[in-house]
Design a protein around this ligand. Structure first.
Ligand code: ZN
Length: 252
């Protein structure tokens, strides 16, 4: 009788696990860094992104904390967070950079937007150049919408997205060398050829320009969107941001 009870309880427990979604409900903590003394369009993005991610966190049951104090990029603070986000800047000091690279080398996760991936010299921070898999090379101007192609619709962060969509006004960056040629990099989205020439004052003339990717050696996503107040106005693109953060937080 006891054994039967144990078996019954076991089955009920197993059933409850499935009903609750088990791993799907795993929670995690996100620490987002931003600056208020940078280009106004980059401030505008962060100002909108913070409430956007706060409401996502309530919906998806994770914790989202935003700080403009880059001194929080230190080991003691980072140990309480599973995901770090750079909304509109990047660390300036050697101490912050070392804390970040140690965090990423030991299982941390990162999502960087737009200027987070900007670095004009490899010598500035060689580790980051390898981590990003490429370097900034040029940009379009003024901010304009662009058609983006999804490279792999089966990846967890692009699941549910169409083969292509129109991404709202953004300043688009090009990269040298192309991250696609880096064996560690998996490209998730690319500017469609139909966009070219893209821009008026500054123009991306053509070629292969990825806009979102991951480095398979790390838990990371870089997304080139993040310039201006229209970035979060598209449902398809917002789904990408949500998928990306949940994937980095350990949910697939
Ligand atoms: Zn910009």
């Amino acid at each position: 009788m006891i054994r039967r009870m144990q078996l019954f309880c076991g089955i009920v427990f197993f059933g409850l696990c499935i009903a609750s979604g088990f791993g799907q409900t795993k929670t995690f903590r996100v620490l987002a860094f931003y600056s208020t003394n940078v280009e106004q369009d980059h401030v505008d993005f962060a100002t909108q992104a913070i409430p956007f991610f706060e409401s996502m966190a309530r919906r998806d049951h994770f914790t989202f904390v935003a700080t403009s104090n880059w001194n929080d990029l230190n080991p003691a603070t980072l140990k309480d967070y599973q995901v770090v986000v750079w909304l509109n800047e990047f660390p300036a000091t050697q101490g912050e950079r070392k804390a970040f690279s140690d965090y990423m080398e030991h299982g941390g996760a990162w999502m960087g937007f737009h200027v987070a991936g900007w670095m004009d010299s490899r010598e500035t921070w060689p580790w980051f150049a390898d981590f990003l898999g490429t370097m900034f090379s040029g940009n379009s101007w003024p901010p304009m919408p662009a058609t983006l192609m999804i490279d792999d619709q089966n990846h967890p962060v692009t699941r549910g997205m169409p083969k292509s969509f129109i991404s709202p006004d953004n300043e688009w960056y090009s990269w040298q060398p192309s991250p696609r040629n880096n064996p560690n990099i998996k490209i998730l989205m690319t500017l469609a050829p139909s966009n070219y020439p893209l821009g008026f004052k500054d123009t991306l003339a053509g070629g292969d320009v990825p806009v979102a990717w991951t480095n398979n050696k790390y838990k990371m996503i870089y997304a080139n969107m993040g310039h201006g107040a229209k970035i979060l106005s598209d449902k398809t693109q917002n789904l990408f941001f949500e998928n990306a953060l949940l994937w980095l937080g350990g949910r697939n």
